[in-house]
Design a protein around this ligand. Structure first.
Ligand code: WT7
Length: 649
């Protein structure tokens, strides 16, 4: 492990929101007096009714509950929009829109325009019968109307659930059914990397699947102007229903604990779960982390490259930056189209000051060589961020030295869909950096390491990462399944929130996330549950059984390695292999692309029939000498067979 330390740049010490001394003092306060700390932060927002009760939480079975600011009343869009208009910032740019193709002009939207468009859509939604508490799905390209759609829902208290534009019809249908979605907002098509994504056609297909009858209306944004099937009266054009609406819309009065959105994410078992975030705590946490971690300044141009279909987009493209009146780049495309210089050109074109991206993107740009980067100036950059998976020290150094010209600190931010916002991260003006370490906990966050039995570990060591007390941005439940919420996160190590990650704490109390310790695979920063992939595979008539594990992948962080047992009499073939890869892609979406299919006449199982994933992981990783004890297996020869048929590369 590296011993390199990168101190806080001298110039930052005078103009940062938080120095090291302040971090230490305020962190201690946030832990000892959470009510005082978070009450004060909450006071910087606009509430219809200021909260007087701050924290009311317990992770214990008997009195389990998570409530923050519970008597507060607010509307998050008032904080994202109206508040800035009142403060004379209506003409500040909220979004700089950069289209997929650089041949099209970029655009911008001021806070005033964003407010007006949000209100128009909110009025239209109300007219279409959407009320507080109704669920609205958003299946959109990365365009301004995607953010407008989220905000319009929040304006009227509807609960949005954004579905990533790369997900399949089946995935849309699963989510629509689980959330009993009443209205879907989509677009005719999206542009991505020069290709057209048939969003409306996918929605049409999804709504033919069983369990989707709850959908009454589909609003369609004209984006590429491609011809799409409009099924009247269900389908309505977005521009037609919004055009004549007033640009003012009375914001719904929300309790702090009223739901704001549901976002589906993969777990280690079963179908994706609907992570539910509420209004007050989420707002305070997303905005406060955004301001502090990125050491925000009024003239910043912030660019988070995530899609709004992920939590990163929710917290750091929409709610956090808008609450902070920041100017944000919204990019429709991908970093490698039309070529690998795209990221750096966008930075120069819009004078981006903060770049927040994922290790997988960094590694793929690193592979293209330094020349492509050096063709750009990047003089506007003052801070770099990383999120989504552990960043290997080599990629960290390249990001720092080449992308950032050894000038800009890197904030390696560890968090999860469930946490709502950043949990462990450097603060640029306070924290000396170590490549590969997410460094120290954010205000109010109490991480701990426990061993397999749940015993707390002290000192420099490695273990399972738990959080021992609540923070405002924490998810409140799994939509429709509070028992699963408790069981998934609070029963493994009673009294604590279990993250599913492993971590190491070093002698300086710095945190190093080592990756998932459960059956969740992190492919290019996207979570994929092994169970989901396995159930897609066994849906094929020739497949008897399947087990999927992750393995180290040079670009994606982790790749998907599937062991597949075919039915008797079915021959292994490359055609079948191709068919299975395609099946998983169409069931889940292109992010679930199998890297390896290993034909397995049998899977290693215990005598009670449990698949020994530990062994499958080792074989996938190529660590054939470290398989451990196989004597408890029902049939140890299965392992020998898998080892001997593992392909060499
Ligand atoms: C999982 C959460 C939260 C935004 C994107 C992913 C991994 C996330 C880091 C990091 C090491 C990281 C963890 C976590 N992860 N950030 N900086 N260093 N690992 O959200 O899809 O909910 O995935 O991503 O394994 O549990 P998500």
């Amino acid at each position: 492990m590296t011993q390199d330390v990168y101190p806080v740049p001298q110039e930052l010490c005078d103009c940062t929101l938080c120095t090291d001394e302040q971090y230490i003092e305020q962190y201690a306060r946030s832990i000892h007096d959470p009510d005082g700390y978070w009450g004060e932060i909450a006071g910087t927002f606009e509430w219809f009714k200021q909260p007087t009760k701050i924290k009311n939480t317990s992770f214990h079975k008997d009195d389990f509950g998570i409530k923050w600011f519970e008597d507060g009343e607010l509307n998050i869009t008032v904080n994202c929009l109206d508040r800035h208009l009142k403060q004379g910032r209506g003409n500040k740019i909220a979004y700089i829109f950069e289209p997929d193709s650089p041949r099209y002009p970029s655009g911008s939207v001021t806070f005033r325009e964003l407010h007006d468009r949000t209100c128009q859509l909110a009025n239209a939604l109300r007219q279409l019968g959407i009320q507080k508490g109704d669920r609205v799905a958003i299946y959109m390209p990365m365009i301004v109307d995607a953010a407008v759609s989220m905000l319009a829902c929040a304006r009227i208290g509807a609960i949005h659930t954004v579905i990533f534009g790369g997900f399949s019809a089946q995935s849309i249908a699963d989510r629509v059914q689980d959330a009993q979605v009443k209205l879907i907002i989509t677009a005719d098509e999206g542009h991505r990397g020069g290709k057209h994504v048939p969003l409306k056609a996918n929605v049409d297909q999804a709504l033919k699947l069983p369990g989707t009858n709850s959908v009454e209306t589909v609003l369609v944004v004209r984006n590429t102007h491609a011809a799409v099937n409009m099924q009247m009266p269900r389908d309505r054009w977005f521009d037609e229903v919004t055009r004549n609406q007033p640009v003012e819309c009375e914001p719904e009065r929300m309790n702090a604990e009223d739901p704001l959105f549901i976002l589906y994410t993969s777990g280690s078992t079963g179908k994706p779960k609907g992570v539910l975030h509420t209004t007050g705590g989420y707002m305070v946490y997303a905005a406060h982390t955004h301001r502090m971690v990125f050491d925000l300044r009024d003239d910043d141009v912030f660019w988070c490259t995530a899609d709004i279909g992920w939590i990163t987009g929710h917290s750091y493209i929409v709610y956090g930056p808008l609450c902070n009146a920041a100017t944000t780049v919204l990019f429709e495309g991908i970093p490698t189209y039309p070529d690998v210089r795209r990221t750096w050109q966008i930075i120069d074109r819009h004078r981006v000051t903060i770049l927040y991206t994922a290790p997988t993107a960094i590694r793929s740009l690193m592979r293209e060589g330094d020349e492509n980067v050096k063709l750009s100036e990047r003089t506007s950059i003052r801070l770099l961020g990383s999120v989504g998976e552990p960043i290997n020290p080599e990629a960290w150094r390249w990001y720092y030295e080449v992308a950032g010209d050894s000038r800009s600190p890197i904030v390696d931010t560890w968090w999860q869909t469930e946490t709502g916002g950043i949990m462990i991260s450097p603060l640029p003006g306070a924290t000396a950096l170590k490549p590969g370490s997410a460094t120290r906990p954010f205000f109010g966050i109490k991480p701990e390491l426990v061993d397999a039995e749940g015993k707390t570990l002290s000192g420099a060591t490695e273990g399972n990462l738990v959080i021992t007390d609540s923070w405002p941005g924490q998810m409140r439940t799994i939509y429709g399944d509070p028992q699963r919420f408790f069981d998934t996160y609070f029963s493994t190590y009673p009294g604590t929130y279990f993250t599913g990650d492993g971590a190491r704490r070093d002698e300086d109390d710095y945190w190093w996330i080592t990756g998932r310790v459960d059956d969740v695979i992190n492919v290019s920063g996207h979570r994929i549950g092994t169970a989901e992939v396995e159930s897609a595979l066994v849906a094929h008539p020739h497949v008897a059984e399947a087990a999927v594990v992750g393995f180290p992948h040079e670009l994606k962080g982790q790749g998907l390695y599937a062991y597949v047992t075919l039915n008797a009499e079915v021959a292994e073939s490359d055609d079948l292999r191709t068919e299975l890869v395609k099946l998983v892609r169409t069931t889940i979406g292109p992010i679930a692309t199998l890297d390896v299919i290993h034909w397995a006449p049998g899977l290693p199982k215990t005598r009670s029939g449990k698949i020994m994933r530990r062994i499958l992981r080792k074989i996938a990783e190529g660590e054939l000498g470290a398989l451990g004890d196989t004597s408890t297996l029902a049939d140890p020869s299965v392992v020998d067979h898998l080892v001997s048929t593992r392909s060499a590369d």
